[in-house]
Design a protein around this ligand. Structure first.
Ligand SMILES: O=c1ccn([C@@H]2O[C@H](COP(=O)(O)OP(=O)(O)O[C@H]3O[C@H](CO)[C@@H](O)[C@H](O)[C@H]3O)[C@@H](O)[C@H]2O)c(=O)[nH]1
Ligand SMILES: [Mn+2]
Length: 743
């Protein structure tokens, strides 16, 4: 790898380096291992096929068929994970060289989009912190605009932003003068800064703003006494009696205008615009994708910056230099013409020591991303991503024009963002019927048709020919929140697995369409995500089938003395070993890996399974799903338990039922199996089944605890336990019937 150029800029020396990449050494080993492991998989499938052909009873036939099906799914999913291991790379950017290549005055303008959807699940103060952290970027303020989309249509959020703008006039110069690195106020004041007088003064201002906003949120409306100017009153008058979050006119409020509004030292401030697009019960709004498209259009009418950053309201900037890192890629003439976006990892704050819910998504964020990046095909993960605006309007060489010229990426806006003409057009493009009979959501902007608009959009841009890079600097660029109770975690992954199947099983499936347009390796990498839901087939099968068989005294795996047994050992240890090694290589402790594999199983029998069933039911029109926003409100008791590493159940959620069932069945089969072994002294035949039950039991420990040992509020609700016991008994009876009849 070449380092940054140290030479000074004379006419003869090459231009300084903006970024480099290094192929990880493990790539070669990964390829060899993949080859060996593939042979193992083929052998197993051969073994099953033979057994299927030679099966003499209906029972052994159906058991072998189930195992074959499960192993085929596992094998396919394994192959999709391998593509991410073929060329993992690591990039480095050198923002310090940037100004030697381009002048600051030539930096492109940036529009930042912050999405929020519910003032009670997403506290306005946290949304405000997100916005403040980016407004304080080390970037020319006159080139920055922050747009807040409020799908909750809440005056509380608008109020919070009006207060935040007043605070920003102090906060932005404070950060720049003192070269503060932590520009999210909540994080800065929370991290015990030394008592500098100015910092103390600002902290008091911040606390008083927070108190004011939180008391308004608690009351649920903005009272007369909170409104200080005529301008503010005019804004809040839009919340009339009939105004609801599902049905209301567009609200656009320019809170700060660059060039007009100055900070306390008289410097420029970035633009700050509040948008709540029009909603009506009769028009589809496409959840976050719809919000982002409204933001794309409204920002086009106001600033139309060539670079767009999307941020969730639960994520804040942790490094003021981030935009400069991005420019190292976007402004590099050698790669820029096809580069559609630069994605930063989602890193999370407040994760407990051993990450019990695998909320860090180590495999996705740190392992797979390096692999996707190796093909310049990093997937879009919804937040912390800088796009070239042009990428939303057709492929690099095929421009798809908007229905009105003002929205095209090359349109130049030269009017004040508060001018009548601009505001009128902005309202027009934010109306709920604007998109009908246009290409928005299909060929233009963020793509519709999936609950994971991020994955879907990134994938479709790739298919159109755009490339992307993964930028993972040592200092985290962004920090986000992650759910801290199991119900939220499982609901979130259920939503994702439905959304992913919506892409994975559509005509744009990465398996077919993706492979065709981007080649088999990238197609497979994208399939790895798209088909999450089908993990549920093997995981659920392995959680119940061998155990039910064991309970009925039927053995289904090779004996220990049988050579095929060693194939099972190899496949199990190989997959687990490689996974564990990968965690180790990205610096994660073994406990994190252990918890991650547990969560993989938990999701498999719960959220993936429910997601899969939900997807199927939706396809038949039996049910409909929506984007169920994850709550970001932190309950102190829950938070305490989370940090002690205790699982949080607490609510009677259907998502817990299969978990309890798994726990019971495995305990029963382990005990019964063990008794059998003791009585008949025959371990050989049942070893694999017994081992499997034991392994699942060890993984289920937190569930047993929550069912019987705990008394706190986070324990397993009695109702869930009872229902699960009944269902387990029913399952046992239903399964024993064919086993006794067919055997
Ligand atoms: O109708 C909606 C629903 C959600 N959101 C916003 O979408 C963001 C993500 O919602 P969240 O509940 O935090 O979902 P997560 O599952 O945590 O988000 C992950 O998954 C989403 C796709 O399901 C991606 O959009 C996100 O970027 C990604 O972080 C939040 O800022 C919401 O305010 C909207 O703007 N409108
Ligand atoms: Mn989120």
């Amino acid at each position: 790898m070449r380092g940054p150029s140290k030479s000074s800029t004379t006419h003869s020396s090459p231009p300084p380096l903006l970024h480099t990449l290094e192929v990880m050494r493990r790539a070669g080993l990964n390829r060899v291992f993949a080859l060996v492991y593939t042979c193992g998989i083929l052998a197993l499938l051969y073994h099953h096929s033979l057994a299927l052909l030679h099966s003499t009873t209906l029972l052994s036939f159906s058991l072998t068929l189930s195992l074959l099906l499960s192993d085929a799914v596992l094998a396919f999913m394994w192959s999709t994970t391998q593509s991410c291991r073929m060329r993992p790379i690591r990039r480095r950017a050198f923002p310090e060289n940037l100004t030697r290549v381009v002048n600051e005055s030539q930096f492109p303008a940036m529009d930042v989009f912050v999405c929020t959807a519910d003032p009670f699940k997403e506290p306005p103060m946290s949304v405000v912190n997100t916005a403040l952290s980016v407004m304080a970027y080390d970037y020319p303020p006159e080139k920055m605009s922050v747009y807040v989309s409020d799908d909750g249509g809440s005056e509380l959020t608008l109020f919070a932003f009006m207060e935040a703008a007043k605070f920003a006039a102090h906060w932005l110069p404070f950060c720049r003068m003192n070269r503060i690195e932590e520009r999210c106020p909540d994080a800065y004041f929370g991290s015990n800064q030394a008592g500098v007088f100015e910092a103390e003064k600002l902290k008091m201002m911040y606390e008083s703003m927070k108190e004011k906003v939180e008391s308004v949120v608690e009351r649920g409306y903005v009272g007369e006494e909170c409104i200080t100017t005529e301008h503010e009153r005019e804004a809040f008058n839009k919340w009339t009696i009939g105004f609801t979050r599902q049905d209301h006119p567009t609200v656009i409020q320019v809170i700060l205008e660059s060039g007009q509004d100055k900070d306390v030292l008289g410097h420029e401030m970035p633009n700050l615009v509040y948008l709540s697009r029009q909603k009506s019960r009769t028009s589809p709004h496409h959840f976050k994708a719809g919000a982002l498209n409204a933001l794309l259009r409204v920002s086009a009418t106001m600033t139309n910056a060539p670079v767009v950053l999307t941020l969730d309201c639960d994520m804040y900037s942790n490094d003021p230099q981030t935009p400069l890192q991005v420019l190292c890629y976007l402004l590099d003439p050698s790669s820029a013409s096809k580069l559609g976006y630069v994605q930063f990892p989602q890193r999370f704050y407040g994760i407990n020591k051993n990450d019990i819910y695998a909320g860090e998504y180590t495999r996705l964020v740190h392992v797979n991303s390096m692999g996707m990046d190796g093909f310049t095909c990093m997937n879009y993960i919804g937040s912390g991503c800088f796009f070239r605006r042009r990428a939303f309007f057709g492929g690099p060489s095929t421009l798809v024009s908007s229905e009105i010229p003002e929205l095209n990426p090359d349109y130049v806006v030269n009017k004040s963002i508060r001018s009548q003409a601009v505001l009128k057009l902005a309202h027009h493009v934010a109306s709920c019927n604007y998109e009908s009979h246009t290409k928005w959501g299909s060929k233009m902007g963020f793509r519709y048709g999936s609950l994971v608009e991020d994955y879907n959009t990134g994938y479709r841009l790739q298919c159109e020919g755009w490339r992307s890079v993964f930028c993972n600097p040592d200092r985290a660029a962004f920090f986000g929140a992650t759910p801290i109770n199991l119900n939220d975690v499982l609901n979130q992954t259920k939503r994702w697995s439905i959304g992913l199947l919506e892409v994975g099983l559509s005509k744009y499936s990465p398996v077919t369409f993706g492979t065709w347009y981007m080649g088999p390796l990238v197609g497979l990498s994208y399939s790895n995500y798209a088909l999450w839901g089908i993990w549920s087939i093997p995981i659920t099968t392995y959680a119940f089938l061998p155990q039910l068989a064991l309970l009925n005294g039927v053995s289904i795996f090779p004996k220990v003395s049988n050579p095929w047994f060693y194939l099972y050992v190899f496949l199990f240890l190989g997959a687990y070993g490689q996974d564990c090694l990968e965690f180790f290589l990205v610096g994660r402790a073994v406990q994190r890996w252990w918890n991650d594999q547990r969560m993989w199983m938990i999701r498999g029998v719960s959220s993936y399974l429910f997601g899969f069933i939900n997807y199927v039911m939706d396809s038949f029109g039996i049910s409909v799903h929506g984007f169920n926003v994850t709550s970001k409100v932190v309950d102190d008791e829950q938070s305490k338990r989370y940090h002690q590493g205790i699982f949080e159940f607490g609510v009677p959620s259907p998502l817990f039922v299969p978990l309890v069932m798994t726990a019971i069945i495995n305990l029963m089969s382990f005990l019964v199996g063990l008794m059998g072994v003791i009585r008949y002294r025959n371990m050989e035949e049942r070893f694999v089944q017994l081992f499997l039950s034991g392994f699942v039991m060890v993984n289920c420990w937190p569930i047993y605890e929550a069912m019987v040992l705990r008394t706190d509020k986070g324990r397993m609700p009695m109702k869930t336990t009872k229902i699960s016991i009944l269902l387990t008994l029913a399952l046992y009876l239903v399964a024993s019937l064919p086993i006794t009849i067919w055997n």
